[in-house]
Write a protein that binds this ligand. Structure first.
Ligand code: CUA
Length: 366
C-alpha cells in the first residue's frame, strides 16, 4: 500500500506535460529501480513507524496532562537515563541499517557490469545526441552511430552502460523508469547503468537548470525487444540518406541544406546527415529526421511537429526560447532570408531522411 501510494505521488509529478505513459521511479521493469525500491520501502517504513509513535506519544501526553485534569503540581524529576539511551540508540540502529542497505545497493549498481551495452548521451543547449559506440557506421574511421532528436533506442533485458557528458553547460540525464539520474558535465564522463525488461516508450528530461529552454530538453527512450533492436541497429548502420530525385522539392531543399542560399547559411555547416557530405557538429544530428516523432528536443510531437516545422527552421528561438540556431528571416546578420518556398523545400528534404521499414523503431512499438 505504501509503495502504491508513493508511486501515485511520484508518478503524478510528471516530468513533461506531454507524458503518454506513467513516469515513475518505482517502475519495477528496471533492475536499477527494483534495487532502489528496497531502499524506498525501508526508509518509508521507518518514517511511518516513527511518525505514528511520535504522534501517539504527543496525543497521550496532551490528553493525560491537560491542565483541567491536574490541579496539583506534577511530580518533579530530573532526567530518565533509560529513556534517553533508548531515544538515541533506536535512531542510531535505524540509520546504521539504512546505511548498510545503501552501501549494498551502491555496490550492486555502481560498477557497470562487464559486457553491458554502451550508449553515450551528449547534452547541449538544448538537445541531446546519443552515440552507440558498438554500432560502427564507418568501421575504418571507428565512428559509432549517432541518433538524435532526443530519441534514444535501447534493447530490453540488457544492462545499458550509459555515459553522460555535455558540450556547453551542466545538464542532467534522467529517464526515471529506467534508472538513476546523472549529471552531464562538460569535460567529465559519468558512467552508470540503466535497464528495462519491458518494451515501450519512456520519458526522459534534462534535470538541471541549463538555460531558457531547460524544460524543452526532453527525450524519449524507445526500448525494443532484442530481435527488433538488432533490426534497427543493422538498418541504421547501413543507412545512407536517400538522394532526392532531380527537379523535386526535396532536391531543391537538399541544395539549400548543403550550400545555403547566396553563398551562406548552409545547414550542413552545423548538422550532420549520415551518408552525405553534411558533417557539421555544432547542432543536432539530423540523419533520421524523417523517422522522428518529435521536434525541438521534444518541444512538439506528433501532429504538432508539422505545425511548427516551418517557423522552427525560419526563426527557432521565436518558438523555443534560447535556441541557438540562426534565424533565416533576415534578422541574423550574414544569414540568408529563406522564402516560404525555400522552407517548404527544406521540409520536403528533411522528411525523406527515413530509416527503411525494417529499421523504423516506432512501428515496432505495439
Ligand atoms: Cu539541459 Cu536543463
Amino acid at each position: 500500500a505504501l509503495l502504491a501510494l508513493t508511486s501515485l505521488v511520484l508518478g503524478s509529478s510528471s516530468l513533461a506535460q506531454q507524458v503518454n505513459q506513467t513516469v515513475s521511479i518505482l517502475d519495477t521493469s528496471s533492475g536499477y529501480n527494483r534495487e532502489m525500491n528496497v531502499l524506498v520501502f525501508w526508509a518509508l517504513a521507518f518514517a511511518v513507524i516513527i511518525f505514528i509513535g511520535v504522534s501517539a506519544a504527543l496525543f497521550y501526553t496532551v490528553q493525560k496532562f491537560r491542565e483541567d485534569k491536574n490541579d496539583a503540581a506534577p511530580a518533579q524529576f530530573h532526567g530518565n537515563n533509560r529513556l534517553e539511551v533508548t531515544l538515541v540508540a533506536v535512531p542510531v540502529v535505524i540509520v546504521i541499517f539504512l546505511a548498510l542497505l545503501t552501501v549494498r545497493a551502491m555496490a550492486r549498481l555502481n560498477p557497470t557490469p562487464a559486457g553491458a551495452y554502451p550508449v553515450n548521451a551528449v547534452a547541449a543547449q538544448f538537445y541531446w545526441n546519443f552515440e552507440y559506440p558498438n554500432l560502427k557506421v564507418n568501421p575504418a574511421a571507428g565512428n559509432g552511430l549517432v541518433t538524435n532528436g532526443n530519441e534514444i533506442i535501447v534493447p530490453t533485458q540488457t544492462k545499458i552502460a550509459m555515459t553522460a557528458t555535455a558540450r556547453d553547460v551542466i545538464h542532467g540525464f534522467w529517464a526515471p523508469n529506467l534508472g538513476g539520474q546523472r549529471d552531464a558535465i562538460p569535460g567529465v564522463k559519468k558512467t552508470w547503468q540503466i535497464d528495462t525488461d519491458k518494451a515501450g516508450v519512456y520519458q526522459g528530461n534534462c534535470t538541471l537548470l541549463c538555460g531558457a529552454s531547460h524544460a524543452n530538453m526532453r527525450f524519449k527512450v524507445i526500448a525494443l525487444p532484442k530481435a527488433d533492436y538488432d533490426q534497427f541497429a543493422s538498418a541504421a548502420q547501413a543507412y545512407k540518406a536517400p538522394a532526392a530525385a532531380a527537379g523535386t522539392p526535396a532536391a531543391a531543399g537538399y541544395a539549400i541544406f548543403m550550400q545555403g542560399k547566396g553563398g551562406s547559411g548552409a545547414c550542413a555547416a552545423c548538422h550532420r546527415i549520415q551518408g552525405t557530405a553534411a558533417a557539421g557538429q555544432a547542432g543536432p544530428d539530423l540523419s533520421f529526421f524523417g523517422s522522428r516523432r518529435t521536434l525541438g528536443a521534444g518541444a512538439w510531437e506528433g501532429a504538432d511537429v508539422d505545425t511548427h516545422l516551418h517557423q522552427w527552421i525560419k526563426a527557432s528561438s521565436s518558438i523555443k526560447p534560447g535556441s541557438l540556431m540562426p534565424h533565416y528571416d533576415g534578422s541574423t546578420p550574414n544569414y540568408p532570408t529563406l522564402t516560404d518556398q525555400d522552407l517548404t523545400d527544406l521540409e520536403a528534404y528533411l522528411k525523406t531522411l527515413q530509416l527503411p521499414a525494417e529499421g523504423n523503431y516506432w512501428t515496432k512499438i505495439a
